[in-house]
Ligand binder design. Structure first.
Ligand SMILES: [Fe+2]
Length: 184
């Protein structure tokens, strides 16, 4: 007999319909936004741009519609919830060398990222094993797991889970939209 306890869910999804046209439209939105907010915010960013809240924008409508249609049914299966809503959202643009320091998202249930532009080797998102003492063991001793950014991919995780983004070693911009979710 075996029972595994304290596992941590990380969900991922692909929007197969998110192609060149959709990427270009989002980049236009990002560029327009930055004209009015050149400095942006600084949450976890190093050598890059993070916007203020965009949870009332057109990209937010797109993300919300995907969440309700594709993501919510999977969350119901996993943690017995019936409702998911966006409580904050921002976008990230990281050029060569851009990264995000190790952090968590406070005062929210789930967090996620959607990838808009993903040049080759643009920096994985890394999740850290929250059972820190388990690295002392010969079993289940993974220190971290990596997810590779791909255009049209969503990665969703518990907000308390520590994560970072590796430096962009590619040539272009890694662009993503990050969001926090309340579930009930
Ligand atoms: Fe984050």
């Amino acid at each position: 007999m075996i029972e595994n306890w304290f596992s941590v869910p990380i969900w991922y999804f692909y929007d197969q319909n998110f192609g060149d046209d959709q990427e270009i439209k989002m980049i236009e939105f990002f560029n327009e936004y930055q004209k009015n907010d050149n400095a942006g915010q600084n949450r976890s960013n190093v050598n890059g741009y993070q916007s203020g809240d965009i949870s009332n924008s057109e990209p937010a409508q797109y993300i919300d519609s995907f969440l309700q249609k594709e993501v919510l049914p999977e969350l119901v299966t996993c943690i017995n919830i019936t409702k998911v809503s966006i409580n904050s959202m921002w976008f990230n643009e990281n050029g060569p060398g851009g990264l995000n320091r190790n952090h968590v998202h406070p005062q929210t249930d789930l967090s996620g990222v959607f990838y808009v532009s993903t040049p080759e080797d643009c920096g994985n998102i890394v999740f850290y094993n929250p059972l820190t003492v388990s690295v002392m063991s010969r079993c289940n001793r993974e220190e971290n797991v990596h997810y590779t950014p791909e255009r049209g991919k969503f990665v969703i995780f518990p907000s308390w889970l520590y994560h970072s983004v590796r430096p962009n070693k590619g040539n272009g911009f890694r662009r993503s939209i990050a969001f926090n979710l309340t579930v009930s």
